[in-house]
Ligand binder design. Structure first.
Ligand code: PEP
Ligand code: MG
Length: 759
């Protein structure tokens, strides 16, 4: 190892270079050179595993003959490199030729090298390739060498996986062919259509990188946008001239100068010529300036950072007006793709043209996912490796059941999906016929079905005859669409709409459940562990002014209807319930004094923090009903972030521990004679719903699009059958076994068509 520079520093520099490079192929070339130098060896090579041809291909080398690059390849298990890949562990040999697995490739000229150190590159359990150093003298690479290369490979793995997924590095066998991306399944269903890449309006941080098709056009529209902002600033300066000081007015000149040809615009043009479209180039340049200004030790200059950001936003707004990224006419089957998709963006595409949603960020419970499910739009979020710059205009297949996106699908794949889509549509038509029939089992047990809402009511009001009420109205959803906390009157109107639409059916309104991943744009909560932090009732009790307004609005809205029920989210301690009830009573009293007499509505607690499962008696004497939030209960019981794509495979409401906790819970609430429903996603899954019925819950609340499948399952399985299903699954040890068993039993009941399509 180089003695002067510490290992960590060398590592950091190499990774920085690899990360910063536009082109990963060039970065790999630099990387092998740097590693060779740092380790003072003769050879450093990188072999990429190509699953299409099931071989390791020499992709980059310094020391071996360069003609061998792309030509020499080995099977996994073949030669020393293949052995490293197969065993997935480092191999350190002083005399490589004497190893029984040694294989000589004439093209490489590697016969001269005797020592060999190879380490596998592994990302999320997948072997991506092998990194090798070789030396002609008999050198035993020491522990520090091995540690260095292993660390290098571990760091490289993420970068490499990203580059492979995003097309930054082509696998030898598939340039420009079908590509598959995996994310978190957020709303079921499948769609075939055209990818339309979208960015949030005038948000410099969410502008995607795009390669311009016409550089001159990009420069022309940049100049036009800057010209418009200059005019705006001039006009604003003139309007204010008589009202502000000369010093303040001088700022407007500074703005004009910043926008002038010498500063921003020239730099942005240069960036466009380097291969960025105008919004991306603008965002890059503004970000660089802002970062620089924020770091300098001068108050005046630091303040200018905000100005530069603001000017950047203004120019961006004009660019986006004319942006080809928000087409005036959306394709018939638009698959909307973005870094992050906001509710507003969702509203821009006409519903009949919106076939699917995909985003890099977000998760199955982010608010877009909740809306998408309510609207029945297939959605996959958390697709971290998505190549946004290259996606627009491509044909794609979206699989919202399994969380997949296929770009440029092969004809075979497309027709396979087309037939799955046709089958699903045919099934929904068949199921539609029984939607007005009761959700009653063949042995006469009625299982009330309710809906989860949050959006405008029109989508669900038509369901009134088919449901027992609204089991969960997520009040945070309308709060997310506004630009500030809606006032009491505004909330009263919103809630009145809900209550009237479903009257006389009960509507369970949950008090604001923000925090976790549900942020309000005007009330950001920054925390290291948001799901374990300031969330739900913890926030609203700290802000009684917000909770009081909400409770008053709910009560006001219920006047004369009396179908309101109030639900408290994220309860952990009984004091929280006591405090909330005190506020509720105060709201009732206040309204009475104001001449608005209202009845006290039934109040419920969400059982979603595991602690509540052990305090049921204490909670039961305080409230009128329970509602189980199986989404959060699963997350907290399993210690798996429900939004983290890396652990999405571990998040499963059918984990035996969750099922066993839920069974106990159902028994306990029965003993306490507390009406208890389930409103998490589990209730909307046919197999999950059967289990919950078998456990003995009183009602199931789900997204409206889940109703047909769940009703179909309930109408075909007896209560005894469902109870047996619970007993059988409780004997199983792993989520996979449970899923397998549920699928088998559903097929046995001739309900295989209700299962999500499998591979
Ligand atoms: C739940 O946690 O199961 C639930 C229904 O609430 P939310 O998904 O809004 O957290
Ligand atoms: Mg919850």
């Amino acid at each position: 190892m180089e003695k002067k520079t510490p290992m960590l520093e060398v590592l950091r520099r190499i990774i920085q270079e690899v990360n910063g490079a536009r082109n990963l192929e060039a970065a790999l070339a630099t990387m092998v050179r740097r590693i060779r130098k740092a380790m003072r060896t003769d050879v450093c090579s990188f072999y990429l595993f190509d699953p299409e041809i099931d071989r390791l291909v020499l992709m980059e080398t310094i020391g071996l003959r360069s003609q061998a690059v792309g030509r020499v390849s080995l099977e996994v298990g073949e030669g020393l490199v293949g052995l490293v890949a197969k065993r997935e562990e480092p191999l350190n040999l002083e005399n490589a030729q004497s190893h029984p697995q040694f294989l000589y490739f004439e093209a490489t000229g590697e016969e001269r090298y005797s020592s060999f150190l190879g380490v596998p590159i592994i990302h999320q359990r997948r072997m991506l390739g092998v990194l090798v150093v070789q030396q002609s003298d008999k050198r035993r690479f020491d522990e520090e060498d091995e540690a260095f290369l292993v660390t290098m490979a571990a760091q490289l793995a993420g970068v490499l996986a990203h580059a492979l997924a995003t097309g930054g590095l082509n696998r030898p066998s598939m340039p420009g062919g079908q590509a598959r991306f995996i994310g978190v399944a957020a709303s079921p269903g499948m769609a075939i259509g055209e990818a339309v890449v979208t960015a949030a309006p005038a948000d410099l941080n969410s502008v995607p990188d795009l390669i311009p098709t016409d550089v001159e056009y990009e420069i022309a529209r940049l100049r036009e946008a800057i010209g418009r902002v200059q005019n705006e600033i001039r006009a604003a300066g003139e309007r204010l001239a008589s009202r502000i000081s000369a010093q303040e007015l001088a700022l407007f000149d500074v703005y004009q100068q910043m926008l002038g040809e010498a500063a921003l615009s020239q730099e942005v043009e240069k960036r466009i010529r380097e291969g960025q479209w105008a919004p991306g180039a603008l965002a890059d340049v503004v970000r660089r300036h802002v970062q620089y200004l924020e770091r300098v030790d001068d108050n005046y200059l630091r303040e200018r950072a905000a100005d530069v950001r603001d000017l950047g936003r203004r120019v961006l707004a004009h660019l986006q007006e004319a942006s080809p990224q928000t087409p005036a006419v959306y394709p018939d089957s638009t698959i909307l793709v973005g870094d992050e998709i906001s509710v507003a963006m969702l509203g821009e595409v006409p519903r009949e043209k919106l076939a699917g949603l995909v985003s890099v960020r977000g998760s199955s419970t982010s608010h877009v996912a909740i809306l998408a499910r309510a609207m029945g739009i297939p959605t996959v979020l958390g697709m971290v490796d998505l190549p946004l710059p290259r996606l627009g205009g491509n044909r794609v297949v979206l699989d919202g059941h399994r969380g997949r996106l296929f770009v440029r699908p092969t004809p075979e794949l497309e027709s396979h999906y087309q037939s799955l889509i046709d089958e699903e549509r045919a099934l929904m038509e068949v199921l539609e016929h029984e939607q007005d029939l009761p959700s009653r089992t063949p042995d006469g047990h009625d299982m009330p079905l309710m809906v989860n809402t949050g959006l405008a009511v029109d989508t669900v009001a038509s369901l009134k005859s088919r449901i027992g009420g609204v089991g969960l109205y997520r009040t945070e959803v309308p709060f997310m669409i506004t630009e500030r906390f809606p006032g009491e009157q505004e909330q009263t109107r919103l809630y009145r709409d809900q209550l009237e639409s479903f009257d006389p059916l009960p509507v369970v309104m949950r008090t604001l459940d923000i925090g976790g991943d549900k942020d309000l744009p005007y009330f950001p909560i920054e925390e290291a562990n948001p799901f374990l932090g300031w969330r739900g009732i913890r926030v609203t009790l700290d802000h009684p002014e917000v909770l009081m307004v909400q409770l008053r609005a709910m009560l006001r809205a219920s006047q004369g209807l009396d179908n309101l029920q109030v639900l408290l989210p994220m309860v952990t301690n009984v004091e929280e319930v006591d405090d909330a009830l005190r506020l509720l009573d105060r709201a009732i009293l206040e309204l009475g004094e104001e001449g608005v007499p209202v009845n006290r509505p039934p109040v419920g607690v969400m059982l979603e923090v595991p602690a509540t499962l052990y305090q049921l008696d204490a909670l039961a004497c305080r409230v009128d009903f329970f509602s189980v939030g199986s989404n959060d209960l699963t997350q907290y019981l399993l210690a798996v972030d429900r939004n983290n794509p890396r652990v999405a495979d571990l998040y499963d409401a059918c984990h035996p521990a969750v099922l066993s906790a839920m069974t106990r819970l159902a028994e306990d609430t029965r003993r306490l004679d507390m009406p208890t429903s389930v409103c998490g996603e589990m209730a909307g899954d046919p197999a999950g719903a059967l289990l919950l019925m078998g456990m003995g819950f009183d009602a199931l609340s789900m997204n409206a699009p889940s109703l047909p499948r769940v009703r179909a399952a309930i109408r075909r399985v007896s209560l005894d059958g469902a109870r047996e299903l619970v007993t059988e699954t409780l004997r199983l040890d792993s989520p996979a076994e449970v899923r397998r068993h549920l699928a088998e039993r559903l097929r046995g009941w001739d309900l295989g068509h209700l299962l999500p399509p499998s591979d």
